[in-house]
Design a protein around this ligand. Structure first.
Ligand code: 6PG
Length: 235
């Protein structure tokens, strides 16, 4: 099946605004259908921009009381560490929207036993996510699924421990391809010239997900800015 084409917007701010619009729209649909909206997010600069947009301009359109926030990945650090994905979400989204603590499913990146933490977290994934938002790394990683990782072929588990991530820190937790595939909606965001090669490798008609894990979500909804889209075939 040919996936729907990516949406190309002028700049990172326009990508964040369009993404916030989709989050609000999909939240409305999930709440109407199932009474709540289960959203999962990673970390990174692209997501930080989306969080600020959701907590600012779009806050009045998001029913935060029905939002359950989960994580796509977490770095192997404590929750107050500047590298923590939870800390970024807390500062830019959770605190500004006043999300209740029991609606936030934090991955405990500081756990000594990341395997046990991955198994604990898996319980939250028994029901599919309504929406998973992903950033893309320059090397083509999504969540903490990196090129060459054996986890790119993982089809049984929904959450896994990572011990050898090439981007520091090496110890992480991540959703697996199974959880990505099961999510009802996936929104992939890529902005800036340093994402050009990864975006084109991910969206090209031929290629290998082991070398570019973002290909796992090739058939989902992509929002790119002009810079990131410059190497796409036909652009
Ligand atoms: C992480 C992230 C990672 C991120 C991408 C994009 O913990 O490293 O979860 O998957 O989303 O690397 O990051 P940028 O938006 O900062 O480029």
């Amino acid at each position: 099946m040919t996936p729907p084409g990516p949406r190309i917007l002028p700049d990172p701010e326009a990508v964040a605004r369009a993404a916030a619009g989709r989050v609000v729209e999909l939240a409305g649909q999930a709440i109407a259908a199932r009474g709540r909206f289960r959203l999962a997010v990673p970390g990174g600069r692209t997501l930080a921009r989306l969080f600020r947009m959701l907590a600012g301009e779009f806050a009045s359109r998001l029913d935060a009381a029905r939002l359950e926030l989960l994580f796509a990945d977490e770095r192997g650090v404590p929750p107050d560490d500047p590298e923590s994905n939870y800390r970024l979400a807390r500062e830019a989204l959770i605190d500004p929207l006043a999300l209740a603590a029991d609606r936030v499913r934090r991955m405990r990146g500081e756990a000594d036993d990341l395997e046990a933490e991955a198994r604990r977290y898996e319980a939250f994934l028994a029901e599919p996510l309504d929406l998973l938002v992903l950033g893309v790394g320059e090397d083509g990683h999504v969540a903490s699924l990196f090129p060459g990782s054996r986890l790119v072929g993982e089809r049984g588990r929904r959450v896994a421990a990572v011990r050898d991530a090439p981007k520091p820190p090496p110890r992480r937790l991540t959703l697996t391809p199974r959880a990505l595939a099961e999510a009802r909606g996936v929104l992939v965001l890529a902005t800036g010239a340093d994402k050009r090669a990864a975006a084109s490798r991910a969206l090209d008609s031929a290629g290998d997900a082991a070398a570019c894990p973002a290909r796992l979500v090739r058939g989902r909804e992509w929002l790119l800015d002009r810079e990131a889209s410059a190497l796409l075939k036909g652009s």
